[in-house]
Design a protein around this ligand. Structure first.
Ligand SMILES: Cc1ncc(COP(=O)(O)O)c(C=O)c1O
Length: 343
């Protein structure tokens, strides 16, 4: 908050009125999102986090018995919002062994004329692997042939969370009118408590339906949160650069620990964000040892997410390397090694 108050200026914040905001989101925020995503401000609908974006899209596009295609593993609400709306969800499991690369041909195999939505994330959660632009273009081509009514939703919540000086890939928002993207200031910008996110929707009729749905659920976003989020986006690199540097440092520490553990652990290197997927090698740990591993973590006060939480096998783990300050990370990783030793 201190950082943001300095950016916005206390006087400006003091003069803000706390009436309802506009349903679409403040025009300043929509312009800032539009500039970041390469899309007109009119295409942007702000939401309370990408979380609300997922819900609104599921609620509005995916009624009972609609056919939806979802790449997994995924952020659990990406699946649960669809299921809660009664959709038939056909999953396309991406595999650790294939480095969580999305194969458009495999998605195509479950597409049909009744498919209403294809839902993917880039970078994905939990793997933080991106879907390459070529794959998105190929997916659109296949959708045109096999599922002409379908929209392609791309959750871009981690798009800007790149490492150090790595370039930030452009948003898919402007690639094709059938693409809807979602994003927020929660991850790369480190401000999940603001609860500010967005959808970009090129199709005017769909945008209108989603706007009405948002109004019925929340009336509007908070003008205070939106003003702070606008400042975050307007000062893009000033906010992002220190966080990207810290992530790069933490990733380097994690990489060197994983190199030293390569006989016991394999991993898929992430392309963004503060998490990655690793797997306990099956030639070193049988299933019983994997079960014991979770108990062995307890005395070390470590929190790792088990793969079955996001639709993977339990020997896959999601490791967060961005939560601790980098100088505390080696000790935490060493504690994971000691938990493995105890098996
Ligand atoms: C892929 C993905 N989408 C959406 C969200 C929701 O985040 P928020 O609502 O804070 O934008 C998360 C949070 O972890 C996520 O991992």
């Amino acid at each position: 908050v201190e950082e943001l108050v300095d950016l916005v200026g206390l006087e400006r914040l003091r003069s803000l009125e706390l009436g309802y905001g506009s349903v679409q989101g403040s025009i300043a925020l929509r312009r800032a999102v539009g500039a970041a995503c390469g899309t007109p401000a009119e295409h942007v609908l702000t939401t309370q986090g990408t979380a609300l974006a997922l819900f609104l899209l599921a609620f509005e596009v995916c009624g009972p018995d609609s056919d939806i295609v979802l790449a997994t593993p995924c952020f659990p609400p990406a699946r649960e919002t669809l299921q809660a709306c009664g959709s038939r969800v056909r999953t396309v499991p991406l595999s650790f062994d294939a480095g969580y690369q999305l194969d458009p041909g495999r998605v195509s195999a479950v597409l049909g004329p009744a498919t209403q939505l294809v839902s993917i994330a880039s970078p994905q959660n939990p793997s933080r692997v991106r879907v390459a632009n070529d794959a998105i273009h190929e997916l659109l081509r296949l959708m045109r042939k096999r599922a002409p009514r379908a929209l392609l939703f791309i959750d871009e919540t981690y798009r800007e969370a790149t490492y150090g000086d790595d370039p930030i890939p452009i948003s898919a928002a402007s690639i094709d009118a059938r693409i809807v993207t979602g994003g927020s200031v929660s991850k790369a910008q480190g401000a999940p408590g603001l609860r500010v996110g967005w959808l970009t929707i090129a199709d005017a009729a769909l945008r209108e339906r989603l706007t009405v749905a948002k109004m019925n659920v929340t009336i509007s976003g908070s003008p205070l949160d939106e003003a702070l989020a606008t400042a975050i986006l307007q000062h893009g690199d000033r906010i992002l650069a220190p966080r990207r540097r810290m992530l790069a440092e933490a990733l380097a520490i994690t990489r060197s620990w994983l190199d030293s553990e390569h006989r016991r652990i394999e991993w898929v290197a992430p392309e963004a964000g503060a998490l990655c997927c690793m797997r306990l090698r099956s030639d070193m740990f049988d299933d019983a040892a994997v079960n014991r591993f979770w108990g062995a973590l307890e005395p070390h006060a470590l929190q790792l997410a088990p793969g079955d939480w996001f639709g993977e096998e339990s020997r896959v783990l999601r490791l967060g390397f961005g939560f601790l300050e980098p100088d505390r990370l080696p000790a935490a990783l060493g504690a994971v090694s000691r938990a493995l030793n105890s098996l």
